[in-house]
Design a protein around this ligand. Structure first.
Ligand code: AMP
Length: 886
């Protein structure tokens, strides 16, 4: 074959511009490059336009098809093959591609772009000129097809031009580029060759693109469908299963169909964002704090309903605010509410002195109704009202005036507290029948006056005799009165007040009434819930006993549905408390056992439990104030130990503190004391013990004595001086026991007077007989308070630190790799540079840091100083099993 530009059939074609065939690719290249990007659902197996090097195609015979070695404007090769033997008879020119892998596709597409010369446009109307060529393929698993014979190739099609170009076209520089696409399948081998056969046409094959089609990976209905190669058959729909995206769940199995054209069709089923997540941009996004999604079927995260909250991400429901409730059967979208008001009140029997009422339980009580409070007053006399409490939904208000209107309001109480009062209901008592005759009109008045007089007299006498009426049902026990009691099988001598274990009473109710006064429920006004005890809620309120001034009180209630044992244990605390009378022991006012709920009424301690109070007021007190608190506790404990009572659960959480900062020991009980303490852990021997507060011998063999209470007192001292820090921080109970057994003890709290820390260490003597007694502790604290300068010597921070280091490995070396990492971890990263600049570049060096050093380094904020020193200390404690060797 002659070079096309050098003459060839161009010579027969008349007088086109010289070398026009060379021009052809250049004119086409811009248009071609713009067509380079194939649709995303098509995957190219070969694109001759993008091959930078040799295509490796073979022409047979060698003078048939020819490659034009041209480059485009970017010097990229343009692989164009030409043949134009229109003047010669019997042409059979083959162009074979190299082996093309089908990449697993069973149906492939071939797109040809070519120009084909119109035979009529050739001068002389050549009889040998053809206007078609043929395309073939041959399948093989590897590149061995090059040598096979022509007749083994399978014909795909005869290719003709839809458009053909003419000289005129060329003159206008308008190129007609034919594009033809054929498909082949099903393919069964790994790859194939293509072949183009020319039988005497004038062709320029500009590009060959071979591709298969796929349905591209897509997310639909929250299910991810993978890239899917289309089926072998052109009408085949492939069913593909989807996989739910992260944080979603299957609603109905997601499926789609991949068409032969690479399009996804007919989605079926779907995934839904799971509870706590919502759909956004085809993904499931977490619900932010303050929002929730209860179920996959809810459309999106919703704001927490009124009076509820959540602090977590991915919440599936919101928690009710304190004192607000939601029934278990309520959906999480429901607002939390306080009990709902009683709405329907009906009158029952009415006499001239009484009105009976009944009402329905509120529709939405939001919990179990503990009782109803019925307030009533004579119409227009609102300032003078009466309150009745009832567990039933009926009451009778008596001692009313005849023929008078009374206003009633009712409210319910649940664990959430009181609901709102109902609207006002007005009912009238029956009138006194008035005699018709005016002569006799005086008689009823006299009768009534006499009757009233008699009744009044009876009431007064009754009152004087019974001592009742908003007071104790039992005359106040003479505190001086002594009785003979048996305690642990020994007779206690009169004159020595001793604690009596209520267990020694056959009938526990008798013990309660021996030591606790019965209070009429009507003398108590409950105001609000202040805490939760093991047996029910703890409320604050007021106690008004006849002839006494009103007192603020704490009221512990026994929840409804209690067992007999629970009632006994609940009242057991009162039986114990009632035996004590000391300014540093919580004072029992009395009990309510005749009405429900059963209550224990004690003096009110405004500042609540000591540990919480100290944490809230970190760093706010002088040392003398703290020692004053400790002195009070020691004094209460001295009293208890004198009484022969061993507390077993002495801890700051069980000390209450009032508005004058007076500390009082509380939380008395029988076996249950430890049962309801969340700090108490079961020991191997089955008992429940608050390990961190308990002496070794009590943990090891349950030897609870006043000496073991002294150990606990030492821990309370440590809690007080460190403002409610948790003893032994986050060490496990097992580690605490091990360390304490090995002789380690808690290090001194920050800024702690040396004398106090020494006292703590004394309380933690292994030999319980070597520990101070409570009376000695009280005397020692008194001495310190009298001589405040003795409190000036503090335990030196650096000596605390080095003490811990003397025996043990360098601090922190196994915990933090660098000073920077450590400071970052405690959110003090801002000081890293200062530490490094001042030579504290290793954890060993840091171990020597004192408070003074910190100040010198410019760490002036007390909170930051504390944080750094505490962390240092904590690290060391953890590292060396914590504590200072005795
Ligand atoms: P308790 O069941 O004794 O542990 O009481 C539970 C919580 O109620 C305590 O932690 C206190 O916050 C509070 N509390 C108990 N008794 C009183 C009281 N007498 N005065 C004030 N708060 C109290």
């Amino acid at each position: 074959m002659e070079p096309l530009g050098g003459g060839g059939w161009t010579g027969h074609a008349g007088a086109p511009a010289p070398g026009w065939t060379y021009l052809l690719p250049l004119l086409l290249c811009a248009a071609l490059r713009s067509l380079l990007a194939s649709p995303s659902s098509e995957v190219n197996l070969l694109d001759s336009r993008t091959v930078m090097g040799d295509l490796g195609w073979i022409a047979y015979p060698k003078n048939g098809w020819e490659e034009i070695g041209e480059v485009d404007e970017n010097y990229a090769p343009i692989h164009t093959y030409q043949v134009c033997k229109v003047m010669e008879q019997n042409q059979n020119n083959w162009l074979l591609t190299s082996w093309i892998s089908n990449e697993g596709a069973s149906r492939i597409f071939i797109e040809l772009k070519f120009t084909l010369r119109d035979c009529n446009s050739l001068p002389g109307g050549l009889g040998t000129c053809k206007e078609t060529f043929n395309m073939y393929y041959f399948e093989s698993d590897d590149e061995d097809g090059r040598n096979i014979k022509e007749n083994q190739y399978i014909k795909i099609d005869t290719i003709a031009a839809d458009e053909s170009f003419t000289e005129l076209d060329l003159g206008d520089r308008v190129m007609k580029l034919n594009t033809e696409v054929r498909d082949v399948g099903p393919l069964t081998k790994k790859g194939f060759y293509l072949a183009f056969q020319d039988v005497g046409a004038c062709i320029a094959l500009v590009s060959v693109r071979v591709y298969y089609k796929k349905c591209p990976s897509v997310i639909r209905n929250l299910a991810r469908f993978p890239d899917t190669i289309t089926g072998a058959d052109s009408s085949q729909l492939l069913e593909v299963s989807g996989i739910c995206v992260d944080h979603s769940v299957t609603d109905e199995a997601p499926k789609m169909h991949c068409s032969a054209e690479g399009e996804w069709l007919v989605p079926i089923g779907k995934c839904l964002c799971k509870a706590g997540y919502e759909e956004k941009n085809n993904t499931c996004q977490v619900c932010r704090p303050g929002f929730f999604k209860a179920s996959p079927h809810s459309p999106s995260c919703s704001k927490c309903p009124p009076h509820s909250y959540t602090l977590d991400e991915a919440s599936t429901s919101c928690l009710c605010e304190e004192h607000y409730f939601r029934k278990e059967s309520d959906p999480p979208t429901m607002a939390c509410t306080t009990p709902s008001p009683v709405s329907s009140v009906k009158k029952g029997k009415i006499t001239k002195n009484s009105i009976s009422l009944s009402w329905q339980e509120p529709d939405r009580p939001n919990g179990i109704i503990l009782e109803y409070e019925i307030k009533y007053f004579e119409k227009d006399q609102e300032m003078s009202y009466t309150i009745i409490k009832s567990k039933e939904t009926t009451i009778t208000a008596d001692s009313l005036k005849p023929g008078s209107a009374y206003v009633f309001q009712i409210r319910a109480r649940t664990a959430a507290g009181y609901g709102g009062f109902s609207r006002r209901f007005e009912f009238e008592t029956s009138p006194v029948s008035v005699a018709a005759s005016s002569d006799q009109s005086q008689i009823p008045i006299i009768v009534v006056s006499v009757t009233v007089g008699v009744i009044l007299l009876a009431v007064v006498i009754g009152f004087l005799l019974s001592g009742r009426r908003c007071g104790y049902s039992k005359a106040k026990q003479d505190p001086e009165e002594e009785k003979m009691h048996f305690h642990n099988g020994h007779i206690k001598l009169p004159g020595v007040r001793t604690y009596i274990d209520p267990h020694t009473y056959e009938d526990p109710n008798q013990a309660v009434h021996e030591f606790a006064k019965e209070i009429e429920a009507s003398c108590i006004t409950i105001e609000r819930v202040i805490g939760a005890g093991e047996f029910g809620e703890v409320c604050s309120g007021r106690l008004k006993l006849q002839g006494k001034r009103e007192l603020p009180v704490a009221i512990k209630t026994l929840k409804v549905g209690y067992t007999e044992k629970q009632r006994r244990d609940f009242l057991g605390e009162a039986s114990i408390m009632g035996q004590f009378d000391h300014p540093n022991i919580i004072h029992l006012e009395g009990v309510v056992t005749k009405n429900k709920p059963v209550m224990i009424v004690t003096e009110y301690m405004e500042n609540g439990s000591l540990d919480t109070f100290l944490k809230k007021n970190d760093g706010q007190f002088t040392v003398i104030q703290l020692v004053g608190m400790l002195r009070g506790i020691a004094s209460g404990m001295k009293y208890l130990s004198d009484m022969g009572y061993v507390h077993r659960d002495l801890a700051a959480r069980n000390i209450l503190i009032n508005s004058n900062l007076v500390c009082k020991v509380s939380d008395f009980g029988l076996s249950r004391v430890l049962e309801d303490d969340p700090e108490a852990a079961y020991t191997t021997r089955g008992g429940k013990i608050p390990i961190r507060w308990t002496a070794l011998e009590a943990i090891a063999f349950r030897k609870f004595t006043s000496a073991s209470d002294v150990w606990s007192y030492g821990i309370v001292m440590w809690e007080v001086m460190s403002y409610g820090e948790r003893p032994y921080w986050e060490m496990t109970n097992q580690d605490v026991i091990k360390a304490v057994e090995e002789g380690y003890r808690l290090p001194s709290p920050m800024d702690c007077p040396a004398a106090l820390y020494q006292l703590m260490l004394d309380c933690w003597q292994k030999d319980r007989n070597s520990r101070p007694k409570f009376d000695e502790i009280v005397s020692m604290l008194d001495k310190l308070i009298r001589n405040p300068s003795s409190l000036k010597t503090l335990v030196n921070a650096s000596s605390r630190v080095s003490n811990l280091l003397v025996e043990h490995s360098p601090v922190g070396s196994s915990t933090y790799r660098s000073v920077g990492e450590w400071l970052e971890a405690i959110k003090m990263g801002r000081y890293t540079e200062i530490f490094m600049e001042n030579g504290y570049s290793s954890m060993d060096a840091v171990a020597q840091v004192t408070i003074e050093d910190l100040r010198r380094l410019g760490v002036t904020l007390v909170g930051h100083q504390k944080k750094i020193m505490n962390s240092l200390q904590e690290m060391k404690v953890q590292l060396v099993n914590g504590m200072m060797p005795l």
